[in-house]
Design a binder for this molecule. Sequence first.
Ligand code: WT7
Length: 691
Amino acid sequence: SSDHLRHVDSMARLPSGAGKITHLNAVVLGEALASEENDLVFPSPEFSSQALVSSPEQYVKMYRKSIDDPAGFWSEIASQFYWKKRWDTQVFSENLDVRKGNVKIEWFKGGITNICYNTLDRNIQAGNGDKVAIFWEGNEPGQDGKLTYSELLAKVCQLSNYLKNVGVRKGDTVVIYLPMLMELPISMLACARIGAMHSVVFAGFSSDSLSQRIMDCKPKVVITCNGVRRGSKTLALKEIVDTALLECAKSGFSVGLCLTYENQSAMSREVTKWLDGRDVWWQDFVPKFSSKCEVEWVDSEDPLFLLYTSGSTGKPKGVLHTTGGYMVYTATTFKYAFDYKPSDIYWCTADCGWITGHSYVTYGPLLNGATAIVYEGAPNYPDSGRCWDIVDKYKVTLFYTAPTLVRSLMRDGDEYVTRYSRKSLRVLGSVGEPINPSAWRWYFNVIGDARCPISDTWWQTETGGFMITPLPGAWPQKPGSATFPFFRLQAVIVDEKGSEIEGECSGYLCIKNSWPGAFRTLYGDHERYETTYFKPFLGYYFSGDGCSRDKDGYYWLTGRVDDVINVSGHRIGTAEVESALVSHPQCAEAAVVGFEHEVKGQGIYAFVTLVEGAPYSEELRKSLILAVRNQIGAFAAPDKIHWAPGLPKTRSGKIMRRILRKIASRQLDELGDISTLADPTVVEQLLAMDF
Ligand code: WT7
């Protein structure tokens, strides 16, 4: 059996005698401990005793079953969902080893189901029709709305009927470019209901990024809204779509229909730019359709959605998720990692434009019949207390956010937190990047009043759902560690050569087997799928993350090991930023690296070489940053431009990023060997620049 099984066995003895766990409500915090890994934070006995998984032993038992009999383990869980026809005899089949043929992952193949049906109809039949599915909170305090499960179903059906009426069929694609209005999850579910594949593009992406995605997935319809309020600003969202669609048309692809929701609180239709024949107001047509719509039954392996994410090179990758496995996996991981109870009120601050919003705003919670909050605004608007205002208003019990927000609120001071009660909170979640222990402690002590376990969930767009995560009632936590793998997963750490390393170690994080929520391909490019994820370490899924495991078997994620940087939990490929910079007429060459940033986790540091004769100026710096904002989006704007007379390159012309990273992090005495550079004086020139 696996290495991890030995670790969980040792974990079951934590902390030297499992019996102690029940009486240790003590929180080992703030003490000057020799090392982070000895810092254990225990769930309270009250919490553990009511938890779905309440002890290390119970986890070990379930985990062991999931390893010994994965088919039995997952088919038992999958049976709780509605299947029009049960899957074929084989629960799953997988090949992760390129030496044995193409990589292929299938779960519940032959099973006929529909995720929208399982989310809405099934929960309504179970008696949850009048339960609130979504509480919507607008940008401005006092602006709100809600939909029960029955009301949500009616809205979804109307849109499904509309989409069918305009010719959207099973297998077609719909691009959704919306802010956090209820219409966003409604649109996702409406597509799923009729078997159409949705591709949500985060509404902070620029028109260039949007058109690039549209050109790749060729949607029949684009759904957007006219405008949106972000904090104190109004943004004409549809104008971005207009530009993108014009761009697409120039390249030979025309979108015939742009369904536009009139977001009245932000912008009226009178001032909205309009293209007759292509643009249609949502409110003028959708409500006229019937609020009942038969579902389109699909195979478990039929595509559910595409979501583009950044890689280390080239254009964004269209991560493709299918139906049955994703459904079972997101629902189950949500339930266990948040210790979900039907009375919970759940709020995830992520936008549905990212995977977190797909799996843990829309599908995971609603599949469980949970009440979820959809918040349109910024977390610090009108002030830094807004989150806790919302927590108190809706009596939020499960709160899920990113370390970058925790750090920025921490910087703003405790007063914004302590003026609110927050006593409804039960579990806190973290996602997007490693949470540094000091932010973890503040989150735990100040936000959660030292009462709420923290689920630090490690996962990726590609994984569909949580991979390494605490089960909050099961075992003690260590601030900064995502703890242990979820059921069925054999998380392994490999060295440079791809050999698994046992015990206490650090290396590259890989997964040894498939799991139901795994992505099945990169849209239109299965070869890139294999090359990126399955060829670096043969026989394994490679995450792109570094990781270490401590003496107790806890996993500690240490960040990306490829050229992907993680800014405020958003993945950005250095190559994308570089290509945006060099598109500027005065930029000859650019090299981008990440550097440690107090709030964002990582910031973007760009070394820029100008074309011959171009003068360095503040104006030019601004216009370079603007080029990135325009081509990718504001969230990808470089924090720092470092003028570079030349870039450090090897004789074969490869940029030595290692040196640039050291300069960016001001570790100037650790530049290392620079003798292999084609021109070692380049480094001196770089250091001579004013930075
Ligand atoms: C990358 C995936 C998964 C939703 C949000 C980001 C980093 C994510 C954690 C965590 C340490 C984390 C990894 C990963 N990451 N969660 N809890 N601890 N690192 O999704 O954009 O696909 O990014 O985010 O580096 O590879 P994504």
